[in-house]
Design a binder for this molecule. Sequence first.
Ligand code: FES
Length: 593
Amino acid sequence: MAITLTIDKQTATVPEGSTVLEAAASIGIKIPTLCHLDGVANPGSCRVCLVEVEGARTLQPSCVTTVADGMVVRSNSKTAREARALSVELMLANHPWDCNACVRNGTCELQDLAKKMGITEVRFPYGQDEVPIDDSTSALVRDMNKCVLCRRCVEVCQEVQGVGTLAPRQRGFDTTVGVGAGDNLCDAVCVQCGQCSAVCPVGAIYEKDAIKDVWAALDDDSKHVVVQTAPAIRAALGECFGLEPGTCVTGKMVAALRRMGFDRVFDTNFTADLTIIEEGHELLKRLKEALVDKQETSLPQFTSCSPGWINYMEYSFPDLIPYMSSCKSPQQMFGALAKTYYAEKEGVDPKDVVVVSIMPCTAKKYECDRDEMNDSGFKDVDYVLTTRELGRMINESGLEFLSLPDEEQDAPMGMSTGAADIFANTGGVMEAALRTVYEVVTGRELPTDGLHVEPIMGLDGLKEASLTFTDCADTFKFLEGVTAKCLVAHGLKNARQACEMVANGESDHVFIEVMCCPGGCIGGGGQPRLTTNEVRMKRIQAIYTEDEGRAMRKSHVNPAITQIYEEFLGEPLGHKSHKLLHTTYAAKSDSDA
Ligand code: FES
């Protein structure tokens, strides 16, 4: 049923159940908000969205007030404007005034609100006791001095990810956002996905900055610094420079990295293609063990690209470890090969090679610090920068990003296919794997529209697809007539459902893709803020367009992949591959946190 109301003397007609905030937006009136975040949080706690509603005794928070027929709202009255400004002023009185030195300077929602509301003085004294900054993990920093108690981080951690590390503590004026039972993130079961840092409106939770370390490596002439960029960066980095979400900036990104001094600009897409070869062979091996050798084997096979997901599985579903692909993530495969294959080929001492990753993900900082990630004989990946950090670093370098030419990545570890591009999106690793596995098994291209697998595209939390193998090549006759059922989950709350299906013996899938962050890597915790579903869809479309524009769209046709097997690795799942490209996982308990 449609509801008609008046807001600032304008008529709005909206569906029943809409909020005043939504009704105002539908007629072009933007009421300011802080705690509200579409699709994530609506605790109604900040009081920044107060409006006058005729007949109500007090001002109402528009984000949680539902519309009623004939309602008369004034969002722009003196009373409403002053009440909203007072809410912001009170927050400022409890917030350190070091804006110029804050990581969020220029991107802070509180700063922005103060500016828009014309607040030029704070009439209340700063009255907060300082608490220590928590930088106890590899990925995230929490500065609770700057917390405005909007609870977006709590909502995303509990309701979207279902992890529940962050929770409010105490009540009233004493309320804080705490972590588990301890004081620091390292004391809690935190998967380090950084979704909290992606929704924080101020500088209270942010990625641990590696910019200074990377500049130091670039400034050191004795170092050979190579960089890899994850598939999801190219569809989001432009947002740091004012471009619309979903503007692909691959060429400008490469040009910027080269001008900043990286000795080689490579691409994580290269090892995404390699992942498909290794993971695809691993899946076919497990299927053969089950169907031909009649051995006990672990099916379905879970993908293993997403470190937040790995962390979650090790803590929450350790019994599922045998189901995980043993493949390292593309980031870590790249690091191990950069300090072996590439160093040997280039004639550089691997001890002098510094590997920098540009990732959409804060958990990648944690992943490169894992004890086992040193198969090259050195720390395989030295530093990880998020997309946001790369944006800041480009600004520090003085480059005019938008004026840069488009350039291409360096060979050989910069060559990749469209299948690697789509690793960025939920469903992308699965689609990339199916493109290769189907063709290897049948000798024919995937028989779907434009090589896409429609049922696993888009933002549904759990997505399924089935594929039947017919006219199989001789080696794969055991798959004749077999229907492979696949499942895709993104966001850890959905991942939990997938895990429970497998743990309870209710899954008839052979392959399950899990990405920790909603939307997959394009929605990673290190991407430019704010990542709404609309933004996710725009980035996803940009990635599919990038894929569709490629001459090579299947990982197994990448000549650089053929070359690395011929020159260095030998064969998929061979001895060298196992040493450099595969890994192990370990059950963790709360006491390991
Ligand atoms: Fe409405 Fe915070 S945005 S109360």
